[in-house]
Design a protein around this ligand. Structure first.
Ligand code: MLC
Ligand code: AMP
Length: 483
């Protein structure tokens, strides 16, 4: 691989746990509880002792020290880690545990697993210690299987190599001048790239301190006193609406937004209130973070900047031909480089769609690139992938959950522009019997994660369709107040 491994030997993930960066009793603070790196290493090694040799370790990923301990334990032992959203309903949970082949589900001591959980529980006690040592697993071995939504069907497991994560963290450390001097603050979920791979492993690789605020509220961010802050646009727009809290981030070094487009007015408000023009970066579960503005470069509102070290991008038109980099012509963004995933678990069909014949990954995002190389994400090629609060939601999965209800004849789900969430899930449902919108929302909530619940259900006698019977989602969006 043409990747500069650097002086530290390159592709190790948990370098800060091997010492050399100093330590503190509160090197990691998660929702009010603290751990030193030495504590974490001892506790995680105790987990590694119990899971070594397992095919995969699922982790009930609440934002807790137990979650971080379990994840690090799996990584130390070289066992692929499968974070499970803690609020996922039975259908989602069974799919993730069954598809990933996880033999064990790590959870906090004292926490009971939902009835019918199809794998053995592994209670994690961050007070345990082991002094065993493990050889660094192969760089090309699987670090994580991260489940992420497609346009239809159940979430797909993206297989992510350890070296992909190390390469991305290395590139982001360079782009953001992220060092052991930083204190990283965020309150994002610990089952996605943003909160877990960047937000936890980033700290464990660079040696920065970590403060996880539990929830990413403006007050919690203001009180954390960090130097480097991560958030999804919803977090930043809520902070920008709270001038007092925002002003307290003036002492920070860098504010970073990602996972969804940061609206230009939020960028500008944040810059005015904090004195820091935010960094915006772009990525995906499958590719990790591939494009970013830089700490030492221009931070242009509405732009995600330049490819990070090692990553290459290209724009391809509908005819399959390259489009000009003129800042105006749109094309599908394709990426390649050392941060890319290996493929979807058990889904050769999805792999065939995702990769080009010459080995580039099709992001499904539509972008423009300027003559200066700056990238602007214009939207998604498919209306069926929704981003709400930074969460990726497949319309098809929510539609399937709604259709499981005995009083639903058919359903169509769209993402309607929303000031707070970017997009809000709205479901159009043809009822077959007496049923209310609230009942249907509750029904979805029993099956899928909280953020996949419709914010609004509209009961309709029929859905607009084209001559082939396909639902006209653009028409529904227009009716719902979207584009
Ligand atoms: C939510 N609620 C609902 C509801 N949806 N109630 C009724 N109907 C619905 N449809 C409830 C919630 O449970 C919560 O209740 C309350 O309403 C407020 O919900 P909310 O508006 O969603 O706010 P909040 O819970 O604060 O969530 C906002 C957020 C969250 C920004 C904190 O969306 C979030 O954490 N997003 C991060 C997603 C993320 O990390 N994505 C990264 C993907 S990786 P209660 O009782 O709990 O208050 C990636 C790669 C990359 O994209 O580039 O980074
Ligand atoms: P996920 O797999 O949850 O990481 O979602 C990836 C998707 O989030 C991408 O395909 C984009 O559509 C979107 N995304 C991430 N970062 C940005 C950004 N800075 N601007 C616009 N969209 C983004």
């Amino acid at each position: 691989m043409a990747w500069d491994e650097g002086e530290d030997g390159g592709m190790a993930l948990l370098t800060a746990l091997q010492g050399g960066f100093g330590d503190a009793a509160d090197a990691l603070r998660i929702d009010g509880r603290t751990l030193s790196r030495e504590d974490l290493l001892g506790a995680a090694t105790a987990v590694a002792d119990r899971v070594a040799g397992a095919p995969a370790l699922a982790v009930l990923a609440r934002p807790t020290v137990e979650t971080v301990t379990a994840v690090v334990g799996g990584l130390l032992a070289g066992v692929p880690v499968v974070p499970l959203p803690p609020d996922s309903g039975p259908k989602e949970r069974e799919h993730i545990l069954g598809d990933s082949g996880a033999a064990l589900l790590a959870h906090a001591v004292g926490e009971t697993l939902p009835e019918g959980t199809p794998v053995e529980g592994l209670p994690v006690d961050p007070g345990q210690r082991s002094a065993a040592t493990y050889a660094e697993p192969a760089a090309e071995s699987t670090g994580f299987v991260l489940y992420t939504s497609g346009t239809t069907g159940a979430p797909k497991g993206a297989v992510i190599r350890r070296e992909a994560i190390a390469a991305d963290l290395e590139a982001l450390a360079a782009a953001w001048r992220w060092t052991a001097e930083d204190t990283l603050v965020h309150g994002l979920p610990l089952f996605h790239v943003h909160g877990l791979l960047l937000g936890v492993l980033g700290a464990l690789r660079t040696g920065s301190r970590l403060v996880h605020t539990g929830r990413p509220t403006p007050e919690a961010y203001a009180a954390a006193g960090g130097s480097l802050y991560f958030g999804v646009p919803t977090v930043w727009s809520r902070l920008a609406a709270d001038p007092e809290a925002a002003a307290r981030l003036a002492s920070a070094r860098l504010l970073v937004s990602g996972s969804a487009p940061l609206p230009v007015p939020v960028f500008e408000k944040l810059a005015a209130l904090t004195g820091h023009a935010p960094i915006e970066r772009y990525g995906m579960t499958e590719s990790l973070i591939t494009v970013s503005t830089r700490a030492d470069g221009e931070r242009r509102p509405g732009s995600v900047g330049l490819p990070v070290d090692g990553v290459r991008t290209r724009l391809v038109g509908e005819d399959g031909e390259p489009v000009p980099y003129d800042g105006e012509t749109v094309g599908e963004l394709q990426v390649c480089g050392p941060t890319l995933f290996s493929g979807y678990l058990n889904r050769p069909d999805a792999d065939a769609e995702a990769w080009t014949a010459d080995g580039w990954f099709r992001t499904g995002d539509v972008a423009v690139i300027g003559a200066d190389g700056f990238h602007r994400i214009v939207g998604r090629a498919s209306v069926d992938l929704i981003k709400s609060g930074g969460y990726r939601i497949g319309a098809g999965e929510v539609e399937a959950a709604l259709r499981d209800h005995p009083s639903v004849a058919d359903a169509a789900v769209v993402g309607v522009p929303d000031e707070d969430l970017g997009q809000a899930i709205v479901a159009y449902v043809i009822p077959d019997g007496a049923v209310t919108g609230d009942q249907l929302t509750a029904f979805v909530a029993e099956r899928l994660s909280v953020h996949k619940r419709p914010r609004r259900v509209v009961l309709v006698p029929e859905l607009p369709r084209n001559a082939l019977g396909k639902v006209l989602k653009k028409q529904l969006l227009a009716e719902a107040g979207g584009r």
